[in-house]
Design a binder for this molecule. Structure first.
Ligand code: NAD
Length: 326
C-alpha cells in the first residue's frame, strides 16, 4: 500500500509541470532520495541520480532514472551530471551524528564543501531551483515545542553544524547569485528502504528489523521520549511542492514533519501490531545527548509551500509494514 503524494486534481496539475523538468537527485540511491526519484519518474520527469553508494543501494534507484555512480566531491562528474538540469534535490550527505563526531573533517568536506560544490555547479548549469535536505538537528536538545523555524539554532554535533552551514550556503547563493534555493528541515523520517543495518539505524527501521528477525527490540530510556515520526511520502510531497512553488524562494528554511509526536513505546507497539505480533522491549540506559521530545511546527511550510502532511504516523507504519510483508 504505497502512499500517493498526489492527492487532488490541483496537485496533479501543479506537479504535472515537472513532466518537462530534468532533475538531479544527489544521494538518490539512498532512502529519501530514492523516494523523490520514484515520484519524479512517475510524473514523467527526466531523472538523474548521482550517488557513490557509500550508504545507498543501486537497487533503490527506480528504473526510468539514469544512475551515475560517483561522488558529489568529484567536480567534473558533478558538472556533467548537472548539465541541462532544471531542478536539484540535494540529499547526499554524511547522515549520521556519531559518524560526524568521529570524523568532523570528513563531515565538513562532504556536508559543507560538498554542498557548496553542488550550489556552484547548479549556478553554472543555470538550474532553476535547488532543494536541500536540512535537519531538525539544528534545534539541539531543548527547543520550544512544537518547534518553529524562529527557535534558536543550537548545534550539538558536527552533523548539526554542517546542516546549518548548508542552509546558510543555500541562502548565500540566493542572495549573492540569484539562485533559487530552499532548505527543508526534515524531522524523523521513516518508510520503506530505510537501512536497518547501519549501526546508527533510525529507530523505526531498527524496531522493524528486530521484530522481523526474532530479536528483542532495544529502547534507550523508558520509551516515553517522543518524536515527530514522519512518513517519507510527506517529505516527497514537500520537495515536489518546493520545486513547483510559484514563489521566488531564496534560501528560506522550513520544517517538514507531521506536527504530531508519538512516543517510542507506542511506536514499537504500532509496528508489532501491524506485523500481528506482541513486542517486549529491552530497556537500556538513556544515551548521552538524546533529545527527550521533538515535534515540528509546520505552519511555515503550510504558509510558504501549501504543505500539509499526506500521511499520518499510522498510515506510514501500515505502508512500511506492508512493504516488508511483500
Ligand atoms: N532520515 C531522516 O530522518 C533525516 C532527517 C533529517 C535530515 N535528513 C537528511 O536527508 C538526506 C537523505 O537522508 P537518508 O535518510 O535518505 O540517508 P541515506 O543514507 O539513505 O541517503 C544518503 C545517500 O547519499 C549517498 N552519499 C553519501 N555520500 C555521497 C557522496 N559523496 N556522493 C554521492 N552520494 C553520496 C549515500 O550513498 C546514500 O545513498 C541526508 O542529507 C540527511 O542528512 C534525513
Amino acid at each position: 500500500m504505497a502512499i500517493d503524494v498526489i492527492q487532488t486534481q490541483a496537485d496533479g496539475e501543479r506537479f504535472g509541470s515537472l513532466r518537462a523538468s530534468r532533475a538531479l537527485i544527489t544521494g538518490g540511491a539512498g532512502f529519501i532520495g530514492s523516494h523523490i526519484a520514484e515520484a519524479l519518474v512517475s510524473l514523467g520527469a527526466e531523472v538523474r541520480v548521482l550517488d557513490d553508494l557509500s550508504g545507498g543501494h543501486r537497487a533503490n534507484v527506480p528504473s526510468g532514472a539514469t544512475f551515475i555512480h560517483g561522488s558529489i566531491l568529484d567536480e567534473a562528474l558533478l558538472a556533467s551530471a548537472m548539465a541541462g538540469c532544471t531542478h536539484v534535490f540535494h540529499q547526499a550527505a554524511m547522515v549520521s551524528v556519531p559518524a560526524s563526531v568521529n570524523d568532523p573533517a570528513g563531515c565538513v568536506r562532504l556536508n559543507v564543501a560538498g554542498t557548496e560544490g553542488v550550489l556552484r555547479a547548479a549556478r553554472a548549469a543555470g538550474v532553476r531551483r535547488v532543494m536541500f535536505a536540512a535537519s531538525a538537528a539544528a534545534y539541539g536538545n531543548e527547543p520550544p515545542m512544537p518547534t518553529p523555524e524562529t527557535a534558536p539554532v543550537d548545534v550539538r554535533s558536527p552533523y548539526a553544524m554542517s546542516k546549518v552551514a548548508g542552509e546558510l550556503l543555500m541562502a548565500t547563493y540566493a542572495r549573492c547569485y540569484g539562485l533559487s534555493t530552499v532548505s527543508l528541515r526534515y524531522f524523523n523520517i521513516f518508510g520503506p528502504r530505510q537501512d536497518p543495518k547501519s549501526p546508527y539505524a533510525a529507530v523505526i527501521s531498527a524496531f522493524l528489523d528486530a521484530l522481523q528477525h526474532g530479536r528483542t527490540p532495544r529502547i534507550f530510556g523508558d520509551g516515553g521520549q517522543t518524536r515527530d515520526f514522519t512518513p517519507v511520502a510527506n517529505v516527497v510531497r514537500a520537495n515536489l511542492l518546493a520545486a513547483t512553488s510559484a514563489k521566488p524562494l531564496a534560501g528560506e528554511v522550513v520544517n517538514i514533519g507531521t506536527g504530531r509526536r508519538t512516543d517510542l513505546l507506542t511506536t514499537l507497539h504500532a509496528i508489532a501490531s501491524a506485523l500481528g505480533m506482541q513486542a517486549t522491549p529491552q530497556f537500556e540506559p538513556v544515551r548521552a545527548g538524546d533529545v527527550r521530545h521533538s515535534v515540528a511546527d509546520i505552519s511555515a511550510a503550510k504558509a510558504l509551500l501549501d504543505y500539509s502532511p499526506v500521511a499520518t504516523f499510522d498510515e506510514g507504519i501500515a505502508a512500511l509494514v506492508a512493504s516488508v510483508k511483500g
